[in-house]
Design a protein around this ligand. Structure first.
Ligand code: ADP
Ligand code: MG
Length: 144
């Protein structure tokens, strides 16, 4: 387990960048944490670490957004608005999860039953006692 403490969005971006730079084909990264905690900021860094230059935002109307321009394909999921787990079947999630790209899933806890056992788990938490911009990023799994 690896814990990274950040005190600004830029530091979280950097943590994401370092994680993305080390990502390998076939990995699934689960991102959990409350709304506004910094999952998308981390993802933006992660994408940059893979060499993706186009802007990355949370997909609002689609569950998954694909980025092909980096060192590896990135499949960015945000399952916050998922109504039914069936929607994952409909988009053919297995091709992404068990493919040759890298998956990063915001709100992965909402689809826990589909998450592969060897997934890398990243949790971001606030602690207001340590300041409004403080975040604790815990990484468990192969990316440690
Ligand atoms: P989520 O995707 O988890 O809902 P976002 O990444 O969209 O959250 O938003 C995180 C918000 O928190 C941004 O407005 C960002 O500027 C702010 N923020 C403040 N401090 C930090 C920090 N240390 N790390 C990441 N984001 C931070
Ligand atoms: Mg988000």
């Amino acid at each position: 387990m690896k814990v990274i403490e950040t005190f600004s969005p830029q530091e979280t971006l950097e943590a994401g960048k370092q994680t993305g730079a080390q990502a390998a084909a076939g990995q699934v990264y689960c991102l959990n944490g409350d709304l506004g905690v910094g999952k998308t900021v981390f993802t933006q860094g992660f994408a940059a670490g893979l060499g993706i230059k186009e802007p990355v935002n949370s997909p609002t109307f689609t569950i998954v957004q694909e980025y092909e321009e980096g060192r590896l394909p990135l499949y960015h999921f945000d399952v916050y608005r998922i109504g039914d787990i069936e929607e994952m079947d409909e988009i053919g999630y297995e091709d992404y999860f068990f493919g040759q790209g890298v998956c990063l899933i915001e709100w992965a806890a909402l689809i826990e039953e589909l998450i592969p056992e060897n997934a890398i788990r990243i949790t971001i938490e606030k602690n207001l006692e340590k300041g409004f911009d403080y975040r604790k990023i815990t990484i468990e799994g192969a990316a440690e």
